[in-house]
Design a protein around this ligand. Structure first.
Ligand code: HEM
Length: 186
């Protein structure tokens, strides 16, 4: 009887030790949420939007938008490729910024989603359709490989103008280069 009591006590002690061990393990296990490039670009924390007083915007989206807008300005002055943007430039020259605003918004959402943003959905044209004059009348002529390289060059200039750190520019650049076959259609 004494033996049975000590056996039962030993089992009880072992059970308690196991319970404590598994409890302490479960409290130290952290969910593994991988940081995305979008997080490095600022992520989903809300900040005030300098372009719309009183409104807020995700910090990542704001950073991407400033790179995009800066790049559009560089492209507008680049005679190597600005001939593709005649519709847009014609509107802007007349003071009509609607096409610019839409392009800025679509490009920003495209890059935000491509870098891992969760709160936006890109609903613009596919990269193939956006760069085919037959499906996008705003695209003046198909882009060549040299046009693409000039675009990347302008993106680097645009990003540097707003101070995007070079490691982040490198990561965004990899995504852009991966799309070359869809954009270059001649
Ligand atoms: C990987 C690089 C590129 C990306 C990610 C990109 C992305 C985009 C996106 C998201 C749009 C808007 C589509 C829509 O409105 O639904 C667009 C439009 C356009 N893209 Fe690209 N693009 C790239 C390279 C180029 C190049 C190399 C050229 C020509 C040199 C070009 C010329 C245009 C033009 C002319 C438009 C129409 C602009 C407008 O709405 O007025 N893109 N692009």
């Amino acid at each position: 009887m004494k033996k049975l009591t000590s056996l039962l006590s030993a089992i009880a002690v072992i059970t308690i030790l196991f319970a404590i061990e598994s409890c302490s393990k479960s409290s130290t296990v952290k969910p593994t949420v991988k940081a995305t490039l979008y997080d490095s670009l600022g992520g989903s924390v809300m900040v005030s939007d300098p372009a719309s007083p009183g409104k807020t915007i995700e910090k990542g989206r704001l950073g991407i938008r400033s790179v995009i807008d800066s790049t559009i300005f560089v492209i507008a002055g680049d005679t190597r490729i600005n001939g593709h943007f005649t519709v847009l430039l014609g509107e802007v020259t007349k003071g009509n910024l609607s096409g610019f605003t839409e392009l800025s918004d679509n490009l920003t959402t495209f890059v935000a989603v491509a870098t891992g943003a969760k709160d936006y959905k890109y609903d613009g044209l596919s990269m193939t359709d956006a760069h085919n004059p037959a499906t996008n009348s705003r695209m003046n002529g198909k882009a060549s490989s040299a046009d693409f390289d000039a675009f990347v060059d302008d993106l680097v200039k645009g990003a540097n103008k707003v101070g995007l750190p070079s490691n982040l520019l490198g990561s965004v650049g990899k995504i852009v280069v991966s799309l070359k076959a869809q954009v270059v259609q001649k």
